[in-house]
Design a protein around this ligand. Sequence first.
Ligand code: ZN
Length: 246
Amino acid sequence: MSTPIRVTVWNEFRHEKRNDKVKAVYPDGMHAVIAQALKAAGGMTVRTATLDEPEHGLTPEVLAETDVLTWWGHTAHGDVKDEVVKRVQERVLQGMGLIVLHSGHHSKVFKALMGTTGNLRWREAGEKERIWTVSPGHPIAQGVGEYFELAHEEMYGEQFDVPQPDELVFLSWFQGGEVFRSGACWTRGRGRIFYFRPGHETYPTFRDANVQRVIANGVRWAAPHAQQAYNCLHVKEAMEPIPAQT
Ligand code: ZN
């Protein structure tokens, strides 16, 4: 049996404490629901971390033991300490996978890794979202089918200010007419990054079986494989000048 993937599910965890509507959907926080789904998917050990823990729960020790980090933030991006942002960014460059969920498009971590604003159009009107699979052979689309729907979601529309994705897995259509690149992959350094759009806090999106499947697939895709882990050990040496051939 292969070694389990070590996942840290990070959540801002503010809306759930302050807003009764959100609390009703996620009484223990959306991180609890995401972590439960990943545990049920199998092959992973899962821990959670939240903004108000010391160092946001992302100490160097925790990150060193994390193969894949998932990130949900919205109302308090500015409260995330730059020191922790830098730490996460460096770990991604070394090979840690990162799954950025929904409003995480404006997180400091995502913007630092993308180098763009992450801006997009949005509207909160409880519209239907149809998520089309545009790369059916991609590991993140495994078991998802041609498309799936969420009855009510916040709308995100193009133009989404990110670098052209290395791979586009999902494209969303909304009832109001907009489309959005809702499942996109990038590589930064040795790390793989997957952005997945759905997950507004007032809807039970993270309880949806398809959404849970995509996040689990994303974690498996983003996990560093053996060669990456090997390369990681050699990053330091690679920064030294190589001796001349004689
Ligand atoms: Zn939202």
